[in-house]
Design a protein around this ligand. Sequence first.
Ligand code: ADP
Ligand code: MG
Length: 226
Amino acid sequence: MLIKAEGLSKVYGGGENKVTALHRANLQIAEGDFISIMGPSGSGKSTLLHLLSGLDFPTEGRLSYDGKDIYGLNDKELSAFRRRRIGFIFQQFHLLPVLTARENILMPLLLDRRQADPAYLEELAAMLGISDRLTHLPHELSGGQQQRVAIARALIAGPDVIFADEPTGNLDSRSGAEVMKMLGDIRSRMNKTLVVITHDSRIAQMAERRLVIMDGILTEEGVAGR
Ligand code: ADP
Ligand code: MG
């Protein structure tokens, strides 16, 4: 799947409160790409990720997945598209506290009225080292384990693309490194496209393509004229 973002801008507020969070970002993401986007706090990273994944709409610009114009979809089409093709991983995990790890992982399928494939769930859990944690509630898990549950949830519906917004931001450096390694391994084994936002340069280094965002301006390292 080819993702093409052209001239994406996002302006919040107006008058004295006007903030240009993103200014004319261009980006092409090819199938299987592993991309990191690094930038300081407030530089526009989350804004860019929300636009790339159709979670939010730009002030200006276009986005297509395999030529399909994403911002032209209606609400229902867009949420169905996101549920099936895109996985999200958040800094704060966003697990539902009253559901077990297994129930959290299966939630996207439930929302889409799809049956779980037990073999696929087992495979994901094994790859993420959480097979013996599936009956636990989130508060019974470490931060690293919670994030691994969230990764399984992001993958359960078989999306092509995974967007992760500072996935290790709430983890100590050791479990953060572990989580990133698992994510990288899964991406190559399952041939997923992975876009990771981070302000940690060690994590950014793991990616094959590295982009930097400063004050809403996106640039790619090692690519002239983009
Ligand atoms: P990052 O993820 O790199 O920390 P964000 O994309 O969250 O940065 O924010 C970029 C800029 O846009 C910041 O100046 C932030 O304050 C502003 N911003 C983000 N979301 C909103 C919003 N909903 N309303 C107003 N300003 C916002
Ligand atoms: Mg952010």
